[in-house]
Design a binder for this molecule. Structure first.
Ligand code: ADP
Ligand code: ZN
Ligand code: ZN
Length: 739
């Protein structure tokens, strides 16, 4: 007799579901789909999610019984489950791993959905009597005074009093303050009215109003043009006025306490943050509040795209081009793309905002798949900065900085201004460059239209290698173009730049901002506070491209862009252009116009020419043309199979076997699709050796998405069973952003 079984998605790297009997001799039923359940797996116990339930045909094999239900009712169900299932199919990843990625850690471990009451602090009777006895001006006194008129929620206190938790603890110990459940934290916040929308903002809002259901909308506007205002008003109109939920995704560096406070004060409702800076409990609570529909506004980074939205009204993806939306390990999803899929399933508009839209999104807008709205003017009166290219060929450099650049810094400081020295760094393998003439080593066997494919420096500077075809040659003794001896790999760290600047400009503070100094959420704000309002210099990388307003910033110096100009990755120009526009936007945000200096060995590089003279749009047009000619995304769809192993040769052996399987599957396609689908490699990874592992990759590329996925469908499950697979670590990356 057929038994009723639970088909469970487990967090294991195996492309299948696992069958169990219901716990405690109970009946498995379709209403169990979406419930978490604890199961025995070999000697271990795992937490899984029921993906299907019902009778199995034929002989029911001897199945183990699940141990226990973890949820009284389905936890991941409806649209969220369907979207996760879609994602698992699209990424060719196990559903159990996708669900594990979607759930906050504590729920993944099997803990119950937490309580979502809003906690706050209140004065006790003793506390109310003791206020005047507390030291005037101290934090405990400020906290007690803030609570004088009634309890306040924790996130309001976060906004109001820096470091209030320590003060609260000391008052709690003395019985003066207690932790209490409060009404919604928004109830006491005064809503700050927004400004009158500009004509362009009004047009954008009108377009959103006209959207009946799913509508992907690109909102293009430079920093300061009022995009966030559009998000806020759209959320107020579309969501809050109708009791619907809004999900706002922001890049990792965009989620600052200031930004959350702006949302809270403008919307007057609790804003639930979801990001990696929270502890497990906080994350699970925000997720649970979204699940219960209590969280009306959820603001978060990449993984917040999996927030449950039982009552969705709008999804916003701010800075949609930002690389932090793509997860680079485990389940390699792109949060912007998942947002679009969820928006479609939820039938709500998806607003993609950016000053420098990704070429994918621009392409979609041009093809009419996305509406395209623009904000062309800055809301304030700030003028766009002047951009100048500094040719440093043959100029003496100190820590990678030219005399001309240092002189410009001196002038800016003498005028009382602040300076940002921005070092581009993207983990590119170093490119060999002639300091005298700008020559760089290009592969004789590869080329992309209008652009050489650079060879990168390996073997401690003795060898050049092409990442596309793998060809190698020794590093030349002298420059083949000018016979100069000034050949050097590119790349100077920010520490050396800081040292030099501190020595040269001892009269002003020089602050180096790195990931260590900004790991704490308000770390960057603290560092920047050290500059005060006086002259000073900030040195840093990508982290400084965006964020805090620096009204005294008059000069932005950009160094180290040559590696990006020469990179073998076809997406490097796009990333560099976005970064340059982003960094340039930091100068001259107040009344005085700012200046941007781009130091380079390639003053005539088309990317710089186009950016300086035509701006991002001109760049994007030119770049889309090149991508189309070269059949690169968004005119092709790609999947990258990566493998690594301690022993050399093993990754290649696995990828060779995979390539054979892919090629067989390709032959089964209709001729036109089959010919257009390219299988390139195996080739060494951009970093062929990392942490002792040898790494290689295989790239599939097809003009049509369907053909690519047919081939993946046919092969990926088989990859798990290849004998070579057991000796390597491998992963599949659908729509890779780093090649
Ligand atoms: P973005 O998100 O594009 O960087 P913001 O929405 O943050 O731009 O707006 C930049 C600044 O301009 C903010 O200080 C904002 O309050 C102000 N602003 C935005 N829209 C208007 C408007 N319609 N009228 C006046 N000020 C505005
Ligand atoms: Zn030369
Ligand atoms: Zn080559």
């Amino acid at each position: 007799m057929p038994a009723n079984v639970l088909r469970i998605a487990l967090p294991l790297p195996l492309p299948r579901l696992f069958d169990y009997l219901a716990p405690g001799g109970g009946q498995a039923s379709p209403t169990d789909v979406g419930r978490r359940v604890r199961v025995p797996f070999g000697p271990r116990e795992l937490v899984g999610v029921v993906a299907a339930a019902g009778p199995v045909g034929g002989d029911a094999p001897a199945l183990r019984e699940a141990l226990a239900w973890l949820d009284p009712e389905p936890l991941v169900h409806g649209e969220l489950l369907a979207s996760c299932q879609w994602l698992a199919r699209y990424l060719h990843a196990p559903l159990g791993e996708v669900l594990a990625t979607a759930l906050p850690a504590s729920l993944r471990r099997g803990e119950p959905l937490p309580d979502t009451a809003t906690w706050g602090r209140a004065l006790t009777a003793a506390g109310a009597a003791a206020i005047d006895g507390l030291r005037a001006g101290g934090r405990p006194r400020r906290l007690a005074e803030a609570l004088r008129d009634g309890p306040l929620a924790e996130d309001l206190l976060d906004d109001a009093i820096d470091g209030w938790r320590t003060a609260a603890r000391s008052l709690e110990e003395r019985g003066l303050v207690e932790r209490v459940v409060v009404d919604g934290p928004g109830s006491s916040a005064a809503v700050q009215p927004g400004p009158m929308p500009t004509v362009e903002q009004a047009a954008a809002l009108e377009a959103l109003r006209a959207a009946a259901g799913f509508a992907p909308v690109l909102l293009e506007g430079i920093t300061g043009s009022g995009k966030t205002e559009v998000y806020l008003q759209a959320i107020a109109e579309r969501c809050l006025a109708h009791g619907r939920q809004a999900l706002v995704l922001v890049p990792e560096i965009g989620l600052t306490p200031q930004m959350l406070a702006r949302f809270r004060t403008r919307l007057g409702v609790p804003v639930h943050a979801l990001h990696s800076g929270l502890n497990d409990g906080e994350r699970a609570r925000a997720w649970a509040a979204a699940w219960r529909g209590e969280a009306q506004v959820v603001v978060g980074t990449r993984s917040a795209v999996f927030a449950p939205l039982p009552n969705a009204g709008l999804i916003v993806v701010d800075e949609e081009h930002d690389g932090s939306y793509k997860q680079q390990d485990g389940i390699r999803y792109h949060a912007r793309d998942v947002a679009l899929v969820r928006g479609k399933a939820l039938d709500v508009p998806v607003l993609l905002g950016s000053a420098t839209p990704s070429l994918e999104t621009l392409h979609n807008a041009r093809a009419g798949r996305h509406a395209h709205l623009r904000l062309r003017t800055r809301a304030g009166e700030a003028k766009p900065p002047r951009v100048r290219v500094l040719d440093v060929r043959k100029r003496p450099l100190q820590a990678g900085l030219s005399e001309e650049l240092l002189a410009a810094i001196r002038t800016a400081l003498d005028g009382g201004g602040q300076v940002l020295v921005f070092k581009n760094r993207r983990g590119y393998a170093p490119v060999l460059l002639c300091h005298d003439c700008g020559w760089s080593a290009a592969c004789p066997r590869c080329s992309a239209p209008e652009r050489a494919v650079p060879m990168t420096v390996h073997a401690g500077g003795r060898r050049l290698q092409c990442h596309h075809c793998g060809s190698r040659r020794p590093v030349p003794m002298a420059c083949p173009d000018c016979a100069g001896l000034a050949l050097q790999p590119q790349g100077v760290g920010t520490e050396r730049i800081e040292e030099l600047l501190a020595a040269r400009f001892g009269d002003v503070p020089v602050l180096r901002i790195d990931s260590a100094s900004t790991r704490r959420r308000d770390g960057l704000a603290r560092e920047l506070a050290k500059l005060d309002d006086g002259p000073g210099i900030l040195v840093g990388t990508q982290m400084l491209a965006k964020g805090h307003d620096l009204p005294k910033l008059v000069l932005v110096c950009v160094v180290g862009i040559d590696e990006g100009l020469l990179s073998a990755d076809f997406r490097a120009s796009e990333k560099l252009a976005q970064l340059l526009v982003q960094v340039s936007g930091r100068a001259g945000r107040a009344e005085r116009p700012g200046e941007v200096l781009l130091q380079t060995h390639h003053p005539g590089h088309p990317l710089l020419e186009v950016l300086v003279h035509g701006g991002y749009r001109a760049f994007a047009d030119a770049e889309l043309g090149q991508r189309e000619a070269a059949a690169f995304p968004p005119f092709a769809h790609m999947a990258m199979l990566r493998a690594e192993a301690q022993k050399t040769g093993l990754p290649d052996a696995f990828l060779q076997a995979a390539a054979a399987a892919f090629s067989q599957a390709r032959d089964a396609l209709p001729a036109a699709q089959s010919q257009a689908l390219l299988i390139a490699g195996p080739v060494p990874a951009p970093m062929p050796r990392r942490a002792g592992m040898h790494r290689a990759q295989l790239l599939l590329s097809s003009p049509g998405r369907r053909a690519l996925h047919l081939v993946l469908d046919a092969v990926v499950a088989r990859l798990h069973t290849l004998p070579e697979a057991r000796r390597v670590r491998w992963s599949l990356d659908v729509d890779p952003i780093d090649l």
